[in-house]
Design a protein around this ligand. Structure first.
Ligand SMILES: C[S@@+](CC[C@H](N)C(=O)[O-])C[C@H]1O[C@@H](n2cnc3c(N)ncnc32)[C@H](O)[C@@H]1O
Length: 185
């Protein structure tokens, strides 16, 4: 709450978004665990992290051996956080600070998206964009703890992990974070 308040003061915007970038969300943590256990999912490949927040999934992808990683977020504080966290982890990540969901999918091999299904408006736009990316031959990895707008019928579960979060954000301090592939359309 103090951090959220600081953002509201800094932006002079009482409607300012939650400081998503200040936390490792359960969906992103699950992707991080998955990439540590299955580095082959991204090793030697170009990766794009959608809704990157802190840069967690992007950093995990680089550590798993991705050749290039780009991280996208619409929140300008997230852009700064990704850059700082990448530097602190010795990772080279290019940061995209605009909304890419109305653009053609990027030229990458894998898109990772951690915890992007918490809000109807965002969720409605993400799935068609991911479908376009899939049609272009890009592999999709999603991480999620069972948020309301998760399109479960479109997904195939790859792994489940107990991940530690915080009761400042969630109802429980431990959540089950699952990693999914997008089923073929
Ligand atoms: C719950 S956070 C997840 C952050 C990170 N992936 C993780 O798991 O820790 C969701 C992120 O999506 C970002 N976001 C929302 N709409 C977006 C959009 N249209 N394009 C890119 N990012 C977006 C938010 O700013 C936020 O940082």
């Amino acid at each position: 709450m103090p951090l959220w308040h600081a953002v509201q003061v800094e932006t002079r915007d009482e409607e300012a978004a939650l400081p998503y970038w200040a936390f490792a969300w359960a969906g992103g943590l699950a992707i991080g665990r998955y990439l540590r256990e299955h580095p082959g999912a991204v090793a030697g490949r170009r990766v794009f992290d959608l809704g990157s927040g802190s840069g967690l999934c992007a950093i995990a992808a680089l550590r798993a051996g991705a050749t290039t990683v780009a991280a996208a977020d619409i929140d300008r504080f997230a852009v700064a956080a990704i850059e700082l966290n990448a530097r602190a982890n010795g990772s080279r990540i290019s940061v995209v600070g605009r909304d890419v969901l109305d653009e053609e999918p990027p030229e990458v091999d894998v898109i990772v998206a951690g915890d992007c299904w918490y809000e109807a408006g965002f969720a409605e736009r993400v799935l068609p964009w991911l479908r376009r990316a899939q049609a272009a031959g890009i592999e999709i990895l999603l991480g999620d703890p069972g948020r309301r707008y998760l399109p479960t019928d479109d997904l195939r579960e790859l792994a489940a992990y107990e991940v530690r979060t915080t009761t400042e954000l969630e109802d429980l301090a431990q959540k089950q974070g699952r990693v999914y592939a997008l089923r073929p359309a």
